[in-house]
Design a protein around this ligand. Structure first.
Ligand code: F6R
Length: 608
């Protein structure tokens, strides 16, 4: 939540900061601002709204300063407004700071600082940092930052500039990401390397409690005590295309279309001599065999990937598995023993609740595997082993390709556990792996062929106020994700129910034309789903069925049918979730919504 950027070098900073902020908008987009060293003072401009509105304002200024910081915000403390937009400045306006995270003790610090005469101009937690820096500053901005951070409690990625230190940016972090890169023309800092991808692909992922002093001629790294440290360079193989829409009207559609590639990349190199191999987990087959309980913990879409994993791990490996929302898990007292495996799933690798649950589980003695999309993210660093989902950077706020990467990775994990437990023989593993790999082609077919039926169903549902998604078994898990996609990008209220639960309450909602979206693919529970469809249809529901090609009978029960290729039930989440993503997007477009940046949301949720 919130994106920060900074640049110091040879070129005017304004354009570089705006480009970086535009790429970081997925992290928050309710207000934005920059501070540039202009002459011997700081020019600070903020605007409510998206980066485009800030850019428009800045077009009247055209600052030439070559050092500055910027911020795009997702409000936590204080409403979205110009006053609450970052950068925040000290009383004299000599220091400006941008922050991603939460300062937990800001209220007491503010009271203390106001008692000493500081005047606050915003409602944010961040502003205390600007005033603390002002008090601590004695000619060295990094030293002042170190001093200020000794007073603050919470999570922060911070970058500050001061008009008395031309060309210097001081940076630090704790529990919020900071990436630093040295380009040919200067030094860059950001919450995510996507902001600097055209300048460098060799970056330093700053560690907690580490500091950087960035100048046009180089970057010095120090630890909490001020001692010099050697930076660890991470090379990221990203393509510049990642930051662009590549001819698609929005990032969401582009990312939906990348899914066949994600499946192939996630599977590449996993079958070695006919056996499944996930070396990163760093557990011997004997240790894997000892695992007798699994918890999958995650939030939102990642939690839905976990629901699918529960079915697979229990079905194949016969290990009792629970999938829990991380914000609940962390406040319960779950049964954890040394043979418990906790699988933490997080696209961003930053989600505060998932991280807290990981820490809690490790303290209680569990072995923790992370499944994340972001190399070097906190989830990756704090887990005992990590599987990367190979989705590459996901920019649209609604997860699509990262979800598919998670489902494929969790499917591999379930197969690995079953292999270690001797529940699946080698020839079964090979067959499953082959069919799993085939889903890439099946998704390609869905993308090529399903558009007309999806758009027809979307047009029929676009004016609804509510919708229900139903399914059984795997279909129930898929329904949850379908409903979430629809509500988050189209603002249409949607709920998911296991189809068998309909008559225990939700069926009361059904009246003439009420949309019911059913996952009715061929599966062991197909007939049961069809009965539940009929019950809804009899009460006037408008049925949209996601069904298996060749199933002509379903047309009798559904108003709209979206046919997808036949796959084994275990892999149906991979294929059936794709038309639901397209369906949600098509409705959102019909309703005039911004599919990439839905209101009130941000891509990484670093607050509780
Ligand atoms: C929905 C969505 C969110 C995230 C959730 C967890 O499309 O993207 O529900 O899945 O905020 O985020 P991560 O996976 O980064 O932990």
């Amino acid at each position: 939540m919130c994106g920060i950027v900074g640049y110091t070098g040879k070129r005017p900073a304004q354009g570089i900061l705006i480009q970086g902020l535009t790429r970081l908008e997925y992290r928050g987009y309710d207000s934005a601002g920059i501070a540039v060293q202009e002459g011997d003072s700081l020019a600070v401009i903020h605007r409510k709204g998206k980066v485009a509105s800030l850019e428009h304002t800045l077009s009247h200024f055209d600052f030439q300063g070559t050092c500055g910081v910027g911020h795009t915000r997702w409000a936590t403390h204080g409403k979205p407004s110009e006053a609450n937009a970052h950068p925040h400045t000290s009383c004299g306006g000599h220091i400006a700071v941008v922050h991603n995270g939460i300062i937990e003790n800001f209220a007491e610090l503010r009271e203390e600082l106001e008692g000493r005469g500081h005047v606050f101009t915003s409602e944010t937690d961040t502003e205390v940092v600007a005033h603390l820096l002002e008090e601590a500053y004695q000619g060295d901005l990094v030293a002042a930052l170190r001093d200020a951070c000794s007073r603050i409690v919470g999570a922060y990625g911070l970058a500050a500039v001061c008009d008395m230190e031309p060309g210097v940016i001081a940076v630090t972090r704790k529990d919020s990401p900071i990436v630093i890169g040295q380009g040919e023309d200067g030094a860059y800092v950001a919450s995510d390397m996507i902001a600097m991808i055209d300048a460098t692909r060799d970056v330093v992922i700053l560690g907690d409690g580490e500091y950087a002093r960035m100048t046009a001629s180089g970057i010095e790294y120090t630890d909490e005590a001020g001692c010099a440290i050697e930076p660890r360079i991470t090379h990221v193989d990203w393509d510049l295309d990642l930051a662009e829409k590549g001819g698609y009207p929005d990032f969401m559609l582009k990312e939906i279309h990348e899914q066949p590639r994600v499946i192939r990349d996630t599977l590449a190199g996993r079958l070695v001599n006919g056996a499944l191999s996930i070396d990163e987990l760093d557990l011997t087959p004997e240790e894997l065999n000892l695992i007798d309980r699994v918890y999958v913990i995650a939030c939102g879409t990642s939690y839905h990937a976990g629901l699918i994993a529960k079915n697979l791990i229990e079905g194949w490996a016969r290990i009792p598995t629970e999938c829990e929302v991380a914000s609940e898990f962390r406040y319960r007292n779950p049964i954890i023993t040394p043979t418990t495996l906790v699988v933490a799933v997080s696209q961003s690798g930053e989600t505060a609740d998932t991280l807290a649950a990981i820490r809690d589980a490790r303290v209680k003695g569990a072995r923790v595997f992370g499944i994340t999309n972001v190399v070097g993210s906190p989830v990756a660093r704090e887990s005992d082993g990590v599987i990367y989902t190979k989705a590459n950077k996901e920019i649209a706020v609604a997860s699509t390709k990262s979800f598919l990467g998670q489902v494929v990775s969790l499917t591999l994990l379930a197969m690995l556990l079953a292999q270690a437990k001797g529940k699946l023989r080698m020839n079964q593993i090979r067959l499953l792996f082959r069919e799993l790999a085939d889903t890439a082609e099946q998704v390609e077919r869905i993308l090529a062929e399903c558009k007309p039926s999806i758009e027809e169903a979307a047009r029929a549902c676009k004016d609804a106020r509510n919708a229900l998604f139903i399914g059984r078994g795997m279909g129930a898990a898929i329904s949850y994700e379908g409903a979430l996609k629809l509500k988050e990008i189209s603002y249409l209220h949607a709920e998911a129910y296991p189809a068998g639960e309909m008559k225990h309450g939700p069926i009361a909602l059904i009246d003439e034309g009420f949309p019911v979206i059913a996952i009715a693919t061929k599966s062991p529970v197909y007939d049961k789903v069809v009965s539940n469809l009929q019950e809804s249809k009899a009460r006037g529901a408008m049925i949209v069925a996601v069904a298996t090609e060749g199933d002509e009978d379903i047309k009798q029960h559904a108003d709209h049918v979206i046919y997808i290729p036949k796959v084994r039930d275990a892999f149906s989440a991979i294929t059936a979730s794709v038309p639901l993503q397209l369906f949600a997007r098509a409705i959102a477009i019909e309703r005039g919504c911004d599919v990439d940046q839905p209101r009130n949301l941000a891509k990484s949720v670093t607050v509780e």
